[in-house]
Design a protein around this ligand. Structure first.
Ligand code: ATP
Length: 253
């Protein structure tokens, strides 16, 4: 299993007092944390806690109201284009084009990520082989079962070997076994040095992370390894830790 990788490792996200206001409402409130190279970082919180708001700022898609953050070595205020080139992104809502084939999706996203034709061809072939999708490569993505779409979508999000991949509830709606297979891909990416920043509502997945942060009403209330959190909250599972914290939340969407 994964040990805590935070010792003596390179920081790929450095976030200090990052805040986002919408009028008088503070969606993300002075968030401070670091994430390390190759780390699997779980970003948890109840609906409306501020996760998507924070991720959008870290991906260079939304300008913070105050605070600082460096992502993959780039400033979230001034270097958003560089950030976008150095990250991968996958969410439940945005992933692949259903009306393109698997190969066409690989070509399309490879092109967006700035890979050469040769890189796209080589990486595409490896990807299709690794996922055992040789027979499906020329079929429309729409014809694949959801679990396979998610695995493919993740593989495409790391096609360009980004420093960090952001996963926003990547495994919604699939069974535990398929989720476990998806996590094998996450471990593999982490072993290759890719940092995985993942939001999930599944507490079994939270247990797979190196460290977990939990947002409550826009604030990052805790940040630690799953085992330390369970000790500190005198809990036997992450479920219990989460509900002890979420109970105090005022917001709910
Ligand atoms: N553009 C906006 N204008 C005003 N309020 C917003 C805006 N975007 C988000 N919010 C509010 O900020 C809060 C945090 O929303 P956010 O989407 O970041 O939460 P979340 O933790 O990602 O929740 P979920 O798990 O439901 O996606 C919510 O109360 C939401 O209504």
């Amino acid at each position: 299993m994964h040990k805590n990788k935070s010792d003596a490792m390179e920081k790929v996200i450095v976030c200090k007092d990052l805040t986002k206001r919408f009028g008088d409402f503070i969606a993300a409130n002075e968030i401070t944390f670091d994430v390390y190279k190759g780390e699997i970082f779980g970003f948890l919180g109840a609906n409306g806690a501020g996760k998507t708001t924070a991720i959008r700022m870290l991906c260079g898609l939304s300008v913070p109201s105050s605070g600082h953050a460096m992502v993959a070595g780039y400033d979230v205020y001034k270097q958003t284009e560089e950030i976008k080139k150095n990250i991968g992104y996958m969410s439940q809502k945005f992933s692949l084009y259903e009306d393109l084939t698997i190969l066409e999706n690989i070509e399309f996203f490879g092109g967006i990520y700035g890979l050469t034709r040769k890189e796209i061809k080589d990486k595409g072939r490896n990807l299709v082989e690794k996922l055992d999708l040789e027979n499906e490569a020329r079929k429309l993505v729409a014809s694949l079962p959801l679990g396979w779409k998610q695995k493919l979508s993740f593989s495409v999000a790391v096609l360009h070997d980004p420093k960090i991949v952001f996963l926003d509830e990547p495994t919604g709606g699939v069974d535990p076994l398929t989720r476990r297979q998806f996590w094998d891909l996450i471990y593999e990416a982490s072993e290759r040095g890719i940092t995985v920043f993942v939001t999930t509502h599944y507490m079994d997945e939270a247990e797979y992370c190196d460290r977990i942060s939990i947002m409550v009403d826009g604030k990052m209330e805790v940040l630690d390894t799953p085992s330390n959190l369970k000790i500190n909250f005198k809990a036997t599972s992450m479920d219990e830790v989460f509900y002890q914290l979420a109970r105090s939340a005022k917001r709910s969407d």
